[in-house]
Design a protein around this ligand. Sequence first.
Ligand code: GFB
Length: 313
Amino acid sequence: MNKSSRIYIAGHRGLVGSAICRRLKLEGFGNLVVRTSKELDLRRQSEIQAFFEKERPEYVFLSAAKVGGILANNSYPADFIYDNIMIEANIIHASYRYSVKKLLFLGSSCIYPKHAPQPIKEEYLLTGELEPTNEPYAIAKIVGLKMCQAYNRQYGTNFISAMPTNIYGPYDNFDLNTSHVLPALIRKFHEAKVENKPEVEIWGTGTPRREFLYVEDLADACLFLMEKYDGSEIFNIGVGEDISIKDVVILIKEIVGYKGDIRYDNSKPDGTPRKLLDVSKLTSLGWIARTNIRDGILKTYEWYMHASDKVAK
Ligand code: GFB
């Protein structure tokens, strides 16, 4: 990519896409192409074809997706599989038809089997059953990476795929019904502190472990892969260590300064017990995550407090 390349960022208003945009601008890439979901419905093939015909992007970051936390995934399985497969199929196919030089597809760590050995290596893909709460989403993400590989093999395209672990940061979704755990905890503890609530309810048992990557580190890794890697192998993106939900709860409670009690609601699902990525393949290329979880949560909390107008309630 050079500074005047036409770069399309699909999903530029989302957590990941917005961080990629900020980073590209910071690096001096001045020819970014974006569309809101109102302007362009990525699920409609004809709209995508017309958009590519007109804009002719040279590079594509495919960071648009229907995403959500454990409850959203479990409650809207049809939306998660349909929207994601349509978005991926339309953008990947149009990128081939309109000769995009390189595309980066973003998947998810939930593509790996629920009981995969830990840390999870890229080669464990399709070696076992998926976690049921997010199987439709995971299947759609597997479709995306397999499409990239198939187009590379048949048409000689350069469509690469990365599998990030759980992401958090500014511009995340803070809606308690659909968000991931980290923004949910920030909001729950903040509101409980402000409203003097005696306790905060946490879903599940608190025993699952998750790996959290700050979104600006993910954007950094995306640019790194775009510059450094050509091929059909997939790359895990993570920090290389995980933390239990119980310990994340303690950390966020302390950062927010909430003094009340914590109650675990075991009627809510835990999801997969653990999904720690093996990131040695990416680190061997020379990339490493820089933000520790405390600093990342502090920055996110800071953003949340100053951006309440941007936060979905
Ligand atoms: O982040 P999360 O929703 O998704 O939940 P997953 C992680 C863990 O935090 C689960 C617990 O064990 C939840 O039960 N948790 C505790 C909470 N309190 C809360 C809360 O208030 N809100 C939420 N959301 N969780 C998603 C997948 O799985 O991860 C997606 O559904 C995607 O497909 C994404 O892969 C990265 O980590 O379980």
